[in-house]
Design a protein around this ligand. Structure first.
Ligand code: PLP
Length: 367
């Protein structure tokens, strides 16, 4: 039996009746774009995060783009972020016309290194865009202190960190905006594309609502150039069902990570992620650092029917699309080291202990 990175169908089967009914109800209401389901889901997400507002959009990428645009970030502005993330983080900055400025990450956490942020601040810097990678919260105390000192916005990329907690507070609620993705493979995923921005600022929430709907203030009146970026009713209906279970699924992810850590303890050249009480890592991905022959290990796992993925094989500052920024190889040594060590193993709530042990066993065979 093969072990996949994630198994969305098995989760659906467990909730089939509820999800099918939710989809049917939405079709009956013909409430396909925004509408009742989206409005109720927005309220539930605001409740989950404890924020005053939540605005549904078309994707996590658009959540970032609209948050940046709503905060007035655009041409001539610089936004500091990590080079070790999914392309969408930096793409959103470029999309609004601003310039992504990368800085190196911390070896232990895979996340942006606050020490390096301050060195990257210039008179054009408008915001810091931290990514809570794989589900592990960034060092928000230090990031928020820097933002305050230099009067910068903080926009949190929470695409991989739904439900993660930093020192008792959910990530996404520290900065001006928290950006969520409901892409199917994320911790809270729908059956297509979907995203959301959470914020406590009324003005920002209102701007995003206008921007997502063609810049329309009232029907057929347009004050601004906008986007078509609205959350679908069917996706919201599915997400409302799944939201009821999300905390138990997150606990299962953490439990599964604990089994991996236990099984892989003491294996040479394999570093397992830390699980701490204080900061809650929600394990959208379970990531190892493999210090020797990472690609060989991946191939070996594959041969045994066990999926393993590299998030991410090439840092963003070394991508063709960002040649224009002029970064050289070696610019961010930690990120460049980790791109060669990082290896994600299968992770989802329904993953069995037996399969976790099987994957660990295969790893132990070659180390
Ligand atoms: C998935 C992801 C996004 C983009 O989300 P989409 O919903 O796929 O557009 C942004 N940032 C990170 C870190 C992601 O993993």
């Amino acid at each position: 039996m093969a072990i996949p990175m994630t198994d969305l169908y098995v989760q659906y089967l467990g909730l089939k009746e509820e999800i099918d009914a939710a989809i049917e109800r939405t079709i009956k209401d013909s409430s396909y774009v925004l509408g009742k389901q989206v409005g109720q889901f927005e309220e539930e997400i605001a409740g989950y995060f404890g924020t005053r507002y939540a605005v549904g959009v078309n994707s996590g990428t658009d959540a970032l783009v609209l948050a940046l645009a709503a905060l007035g970030i655009g041409w001539g502005d610089e936004v500091i972020t990590t080079p070790f993330t999914f392309i969408a983080t930096a793409e959103a900055i470029s999309r609004v016309g601003a310039k992504p400025v990368f800085c190196d990450i911390d070896y232990e956490t895979f996340n942006i290194d606050p020490q390096k942020i301050e060195e990257a601040i210039t008179k054009n810097t408008k915001a810091i865009l931290p990514v809570h990678l794989y589900g592990l919260p960034c060092d928000m105390n230090k990031i928020m202190a820097l933002a305050k000192k230099h009067s910068l916005f903080v926009i949190e990329d929470c695409a991989q960190s739904f439900g993660s907690v930093y020192q008792g507070q959910k990530v996404g609620t520290f900065g001006a905006c928290g950006c969520l993705s409901f892409f199917p493979a994320k911790t809270l995923g729908c059956y297509g594309d979907g995203g959301m921005v959470v914020t406590n600022e009324q003005k920002t929430a209102e701007k995003i609502k206008i921007l997502r709907n063609h810049g329309s203030t009232t029907k057929y009146m347009y004050g601004k150039h906008g986007f078509n970026s609205r959350l679908d009713g069917i996706q919201a209906a599915i997400l409302r069902v799944k939201l009821k279970y999300i905390d138990s699924w997150i606990e299962k992810r953490i439990h599964n990570a604990g089994i991996y850590n236990r099984e892989l303890a003491g294996v040479n050249d394999v570093v397992t992620p830390k699980i701490t009480e204080k900061d809650k890592h929600t394990f959208n991905y379970y990531n190892l650092k493999v210090k020797k022959n990472r690609d060989g290990l991946q191939a070996h796992l594959k041969a045994k029917g066990i999926a393993a993925a590299i998030y991410y094989p090439v840092c963003l500052h070394l991508q063709e699309v960002y040649k224009e920024l002029g970064y050289q190889q070696g610019a961010f040594p930690v990120a460049e080291l980790i791109q060669n060590e990082s290896l994600a193993l299968p992770m989802y709530p329904e993953l069995t202990e037996q399969n976790i042990k099987k994957s660990a066993q295969v790893i132990k065979e070659i180390f």
